[in-house]
Design a protein around this ligand. Structure first.
Ligand code: 5AD
Ligand code: SF4
Length: 449
């Protein structure tokens, strides 16, 4: 065995903002740095390299990143050798790299979303003496395979299946910073999943801005999302399969059938509705109506009666009236979501909605979102009550230091906390629910599997 003095190794610290896609891309940045002999640290004061992986989907994500980058000025002054790199969606916006450079002259490397795989060569240029590096490729390139990955969320593993987005919802910046949709080859995805299962991962989450349109850019009719999850489900091993995000316009019957016929695919689907008013949905360019959405939910429940449906909802989109908002409230009541991420519309420069008339006052939006959160909380409380005294199968995902309990989710994505005398992270356990609160549950292990 080779023993290394850990204190001699150079260390990296990565700060991630935004979605699962970004969290997974940070695992790739970590993988690249690890392959160069760097080690991770949780303490930025201890780091030789600090990487910010940024998000720009809403203004507050950008503000937070900028605040934290600004705070590094002091650290850079005391540690001249510290390398600071900033990448991700924020840097990919038009003119943003130049702006960051002048606002924060102490940043060493600025790299765009299309330059992630080049991070190693950018980093090498920096350590071999180049002063400042800005690499923001305007256009996306072909899918690249084989980027080293240091996974950080055992027993869960994220697997990209598509990059980019073709949908151009009018509020959304993603298509501008992530480029057009590109799918990975089905065999590459399957091989990655096979390896993950072999390595002991118990839950795989397939990632894409719209996983349902997977394969549309590949000239092979068998390469589609329903087939992909069917094929992955056939792999040997005890594991769960999840995926996100779906788009209601592409969420079709073959997919519903594929979900219902596999025991590995979790019985929970994230289906962002965004709004319940047809007028607003049209302005958003979502390309479905509330009736279409409710019809899909009905079909989904016909095939999988106990399916848990979660969603994203936005309030305060330009011109949203009280009546439009009430349509959203009505839809939420009709569907009975198992969870909803709620957002106040954030004006993103460069998107069509940013220049629309009728931008909504922040105070109005705040009132609307509070009403929606209250409603969803009360739905969650009611749904949680149904869990009382039931025994559910949980995949133990980690230990919560603050709560002093292990935690994990059932197939419906519902979180439960429980204690165990031994470490059971990564194991499927039967948990009897003894207490229910808001969205999460408290239980006790009844028998280890
Ligand atoms: N403002 C607020 N929320 C947004 N989202 C996307 N763009 C915006 C924006 N400009 C939300 C959508 C999407 C989720 C990931 O983020 O609800 O589904
Ligand atoms: Fe944005 Fe719409 Fe694409 Fe989702 S589907 S990433 S909301 S443009």
């Amino acid at each position: 065995m080779i023993l290394t003095m850990s204190s001699n190794l150079k260390k990296y610290f990565i700060i991630t903002y935004g979605c699962q896609m970004n969290l997974h891309e940070s695992e790739k940045i970590a993988g690249i740095l690890s392959s160069m002999g760097y080690q991770s640290t949780n303490n930025e004061n201890d780091a030789d390299v600090i990487v910010f992986n940024t998000c720009c989907i809403r203004e507050n994500a950008e503000d937070r990143a900028e605040g934290n980058i600004g705070a590094l000025k002091k650290l850079k002054r005391t540690n001249k050798d510290l390398i600071i790199a900033v990448g991700g969606c924020m840097t990919q916006q038009k003119g943003q790299a130049e702006e960051l450079k002048s606002k924060f002259p102490f940043i060493d490397i600025i790299f765009g979303t299309h330059n992630l795989e080049d991070f190693k060569s950018l980093f090498l240029q920096k350590i071999s003496g180049k002063k400042k590096i800005i690499a923001v490729e305007e256009k996306e390139g072909p899918v690249k395979e084989g980027t080293p990955t240091t996974r950080t969320s055992f027993p869960n593993a994220w697997v990209n299946i598509t990059y980019g987005c073709n949908n151009f919802c009018t509020y959304c910046i993603v298509p501008y910073v992530r480029g057009r949709e590109r799918s990975r080859k089905m065999q590459d995805v399957i091989n990655e999943c096979k390896q993950l299962i072999k390595d002991g991962y118990k839950e795989i989450t397939l990632l894409g801005q719209n996983v349902n349109s997977y394969g549309n850019d590949i000239d092979d009719e068998n390469t589609n999302f329903a087939n992909l999850i069917t094929e992955i489900s056939k792999l040997d091993g005890n594991f769960r399969l999840r995926f996100m995000t779906n788009h209601p316009k592409d969420f079709n019957l073959p997919l519903i059938k594929a979900i219902s016929s596999s025991s590995k695919v979790c019985k929970s689907v994230h289906l962002p509705v965004q709004a319940g008013s047809n007028r607003i949905l049209k302005l958003m360019n979502r390309r479905y109506t509330r009736e279409d959405y409710l019809e899909k939910v009905k079909t989904l429940r016909e095939y999988i009666p106990d399916i848990a449906i979660t969603t994203d909802i936005m309030v305060g989109f330009p011109t949203e009236t009280e009546e439009d908002f009430n349509d959203t409230v009505d839809l939420v009541n009709r569907v009975g979501f198992s969870g909803a991420f709620t957002f106040i519309y954030s004006r993103r420069s460069g998107t069509p909605a940013a220049t629309m008339d009728g931008q909504i006052d922040e105070e109005v939006s705040k009132k609307r979102i509070m009403k929606l959160i209250d409603l969803q909380n009360s739905i969650n409380r009611e749904q949680s009550k149904e869990y009382l005294n039931k025994t559910i199968e949980i995949l133990c995902e980690g230990y919560d230091e603050k709560k002093g309990a292990y935690l994990g989710r059932d197939t419906y994505g519902r979180m439960a906390y429980f204690t165990s005398p031994v470490d059971i992270v990564g194991q499927f356990v039967s948990v009897k629910i003894i207490k229910t609160g808001g969205i999460s549950l408290i239980g006790e292990i009844v028998n280890d599997k």
